[in-house]
Design a protein around this ligand. Structure first.
Ligand code: ADP
Length: 316
């Protein structure tokens, strides 16, 4: 018991509303939309009725207010979000290349999110949490590392659970952060990698071997995200469940992984069995990519049930 908590960057996203154009001419833009992987994740936890809290730092500005309003409205505890008078809330600008790829301009390193520190409010939230979810960004910001280390110790000491989404570049894993990365993997109740991240986390080349290596390190279950193809769950007992993706038109892929992870975790914390949790998570990820804006497609159980009933899946 106790809420699920996350720590990390809150920002806004502004995107080109015209697709496939260059950037030398002015583009029509849409946004700002609330964003930041931890914010997306925790908002989805709250939408499903799971207790939720976030440790973050925003600027005293409209971009910060947009996020805090959304999180509060959806039921996230924002008591551990500090507001900086000195640094602004970060932003990301996204445009879509003619080949369908995306280019980002980030303004985060010098923003409030990069200045986050372990405050008393953050300690209080961590000390009451039942589950800590950690994401890759926790490895690259000094203050965030300290917060995550504190929360990890506090949650584990009280018998709480942890999950880790290793959405982090290989260079970071190999560098000075290796020990920190290992501490997050070892004994995680739930690991939520994408394909190549799975191999990187385990340090081997083969999917089956990677899962076995992670389970041997005390990981409780591994849920692999496969984009439009869906997902696969590997249990500590050697079981494997494949869940084909829902057939949708992808409008904006940002946020799918976090929405998926939050849904799987929250279903499990609410006592829903793993196969059903995987189905809900696939639905949440798929529904999320049909909406423009990272947090605009987040959905509670009613909307997910309607989506599942009305949408085909690949190969079914
Ligand atoms: P990440 O962004 O972390 O790499 P994915 O892109 O794999 O995560 O997306 C997470 C989940 O969301 C997938 O496992 C799938 O269930 C769902 N999803 C993502 N993109 C699509 C898509 N285009 N069509 C259907 N489902 C999708």
């Amino acid at each position: 018991t106790g809420p699920t908590i996350v720590a990390g960057e809150i920002l806004v996203e502004i995107m080109a509303s015209e697709r496939g154009l260059g950037f030398l001419e002015p583009l029509a833009l849409t946004g700002p939309y609330p964003s930041g992987a931890p914010a997306i994740f925790i908002d989805q936890v709250a939408k499903l009725g799971g207790g939720a809290g976030i440790i973050a730092c925003v600027g005293r500005d409209d971009f910060g207010a947009i996020n805090l309003e959304r999180l509060r409205r959806d039921g996230v505890d924002v008591s551990a979000v500090s507001v900086s008078d000195r640094y602004p809330t970060g932003s990301a600008f996204v445009r879509y290349r003619p080949d369908g790829g995306r280019d980002f301009v980030y303004n985060i390193a010098e923003s409030a999110a990069g200045r986050i520190t372990l405050t008393d409010a953050a300690r209080r939230l961590a000390d009451g949490a039942g589950h800590l979810h950690v994401m890759g960004s926790a490895l690259s910001i000094a203050g965030l590392k300290e917060i995550v280390a504190y929360a990890l110790k506090s949650v584990r000491a009280r018998g709480g659970s942890t999950s880790f989404d290793p959405n982090v570049r290989k260079e970071l894993i190999d560098g000075a952060d290796g020990a920190h990365f290992s501490a997050l993997v070892d004994g995680a109740d739930l690991l939520l990698p994408s394909g190549d991240e799975l191999l990187a986390a385990a340090g081997v080349e083969d999917e089956g071997q990677a899962v076995a290596a992670l389970i041997a390190r005390g990981v409780g279950e591994v849920v692999l995200k496969r984009g439009a193809a869906g997902s696969t769950r590997f249990g500590a007992d050697g079981s494997r469940t494949d869940c084909p993706g829902f057939l949708v038109e992808e409008v904006d892929p940002t946020g799918a992984g976090d929405c998926f992870g939050a849904t799987y975790l929250t279903c499990r914390r609410l006592g829903i069995e793993s196969g059903k949790a995987l189905l809900y998570a696939n639905a949440a990820g798929a529904l999320n990519v049909t909406r423009l804006g990272p947090m605009e497609g987040l959905a509670g159980f009613d909307a997910l049930d309607r989506f599942i009933a009305g949408t085909d899946r690949a190969g079914t």
